[in-house]
Design a protein around this ligand. Sequence first.
Ligand code: HEC
Ligand code: HEC
Length: 170
Amino acid sequence: MKTQLFLLSSALALASLTGLAAQAPTPPPQPAPPAPFDQAKALEQLRVQIAGHEKEPAEAVYKNIKTLRGVPAGALLRVMEYGYSRSLGVSCVHCHTPTDWSSDEKTPKAITRRMADFSDDLNAKLRAIPELTGREPVVNCTTCHRGQLKPALNLDSPGKAAAEGTRPPD
Ligand code: HEC
Ligand code: HEC
């Protein structure tokens, strides 16, 4: 066993000495894997692109604004970052192809326009409840989504959540 190992290592040493190891076929160059989407960088680039126009209405600065007309262009990026991405627990690429932010090719973008109308309708109904006083009543994406694409239909029982590790045991 020892001799075999010795022979093997001498053979390897010899191979590298004579340059045999260097003749091993070099693997073909692999295409670089696509860089993961960098949301902070994308937002930074967009801020640079709209610099000086932040206060102008979104429809004057971007190409394809239908529901957020009148929202200042700078504030639109905050709606995207917090109102939409964060409240649904996704990044921009769930709704966008970052090479063309104006494109409507992704279904979740279309759903989002309908969800914005839906939230407006709910808010109108909410404001029509005269008995609601105190804090200004508002429904927004977070009210239902709470960081998830599919809003919950049931509250987890505390025992189940603790067993799944989603909630520390009391
Ligand atoms: C849940 C879906 C959703 C997410 C997530 C989302 N967006 Fe949007 N975005 C939209 C919709 C819908 C519109 C069009 C709004 C309208 O019609 O008024 C839009 C419009 C835009 C526009 C205007 C493009 C143009 O030229 O018309 C930009 C820029 C943009 N989003 C950037 C972002 C960035 C950056 C992120 C991530 C931080 C992001 N979005 C996340 C749904 C989304
Ligand atoms: C009153 C509750 C409610 C509000 C407010 C609401 N949503 Fe939704 N949303 C839902 C429900 C319910 C679904 C359907 C989930 C399912 O398919 O099981 C949904 C689905 C979606 C989907 C599709 C999810 C998927 O699986 O791809 C998107 C995108 C979405 N909502 C975005 C938004 C955005 C953005 C807002 C704020 C402008 C918003 N929603 C406001 C309840 C709400």
